[in-house]
Write a protein that binds this ligand. Structure first.
Ligand SMILES: [Zn+2]
Length: 292
């Protein structure tokens, strides 16, 4: 194992070892970063921190321009089932904060923002992709184009949401510290990210569906806690969220893991059914500010 000069983005240790070579052969373009990209197992070079076990991409982490140019038409076709997902998240949020202003960072085309507005929240989002921002605007949703932190948004929020974003950034500690500054004293922060120590991640190893180019940081329950505790947060809820998919979407992805003789034809009407799926490989955590 080869030691690297890189610093762990979570604990700051230099004790990092390379665990995977890059298997990216083509020149990367925005399509590689699409939300619905299914090139599982394709990543840049990955290193693991021996101190906190966080896994991070060691090279080519300057990825924001890919998100700015991102066009993801398949994502828009999955809007209905994604909305069910967002409504579930909001139901959990509602238990802690039944009203107030909400900011969704990395809001895509504003699906969570739309669902939050329908529930009576004063919601807005921030999205780097020009195309996804345009899709939100076409629906009249209050989504800003750009990255967080950003001017022209409220000074403080009751609720800040970061769904499947933290694994895409090369400065997770800085990001959640900036988020904390924007939280009201009694505000809550909601984060979802894949769990690299989950059952499926362990058995599938680098074939696990969350190993993909766009994911440059891989957390487990322990180092996520380390990151948030050291940034002034206190966990108030931990949950394994379900995701909602059309059977068609799942079948197409499942086939990638199966030999072709197992690609059994499935009728269209069944493919259109939306089902919840809980693989236990994602973490949903709600935090408040820790002022102790
Ligand atoms: Zn570390």
């Amino acid at each position: 194992m080869e030691k690297s000069k890189n610093k762990c983005w979570v604990c700051g240790s230099y004790d990092l070892v390379k665990i995977k070579d890059s298997n990216v052969t083509e020149e990367l373009v925005s399509d590689n970063y699409a939300i619905t990209n299914s090139d599982y197992g394709k990543t840049g070079e990955l290193s693991k921190c021996l101190n906190c076990h966080f896994i991070q991409c060691t090279k080519e982490n300057d990825v924001i321009h890919f998100y700015e140019n991102l066009v993801d038409t398949e994502y828009e076709t999955t809007r209905a089932q994604r909305k069910i997902q967002e409504q579930r998240i909001l139901k959990l949020i509602h238990k802690f904060k039944p009203k107030g202003n909400l900011l969704d960072i990395g809001s895509g085309s504003g699906i969570l923002v739309e669902a939050a507005l329908e529930m009576g929240y004063d919601a807005e989002g921030i999205e780097p992709s020009v195309w996804l921002h345009k899709k939100a605007k076409e629906r009249g949703l209050p989504v800003h184009n750009g990255t967080f932190p950003m001017k022209n948004i409220d000074d403080e929020y009751d609720i800040i949401v970061l769904v499947d974003v933290i694994e895409h950034v090369n400065n997770p500690k800085q990001l959640i510290s900036e988020i904390r500054k924007k939280l009201k004293t009694e505000g809550i922060f909601v984060m979802i990210t894949p769990d690299v120590s989950s059952f499926f991640a362990r058995i599938l190893k680098f074939r696990w569906w969350h190993y993909r180019i766009a994911h440059i940081g891989y957390f487990n329950k322990k180092n996520l806690k380390l990151l948030t505790n050291s940034s002034g947060y206190k966990q108030i809820l931990f949950k394994r969220p379900s995701w909602y998919f059309k059977i068609d979407y799942l079948v197409k992805r499942l086939y990638k893991f199966l030999p072709s003789f197992l690609h059994i034809p499935i009728p269209q009407f069944i493919r259109q059914i939306v089902i919840p799926l809980n693989l236990g490989d994602s973490m949903l955590v709600i935090y408040k500010k820790n002022d102790d």
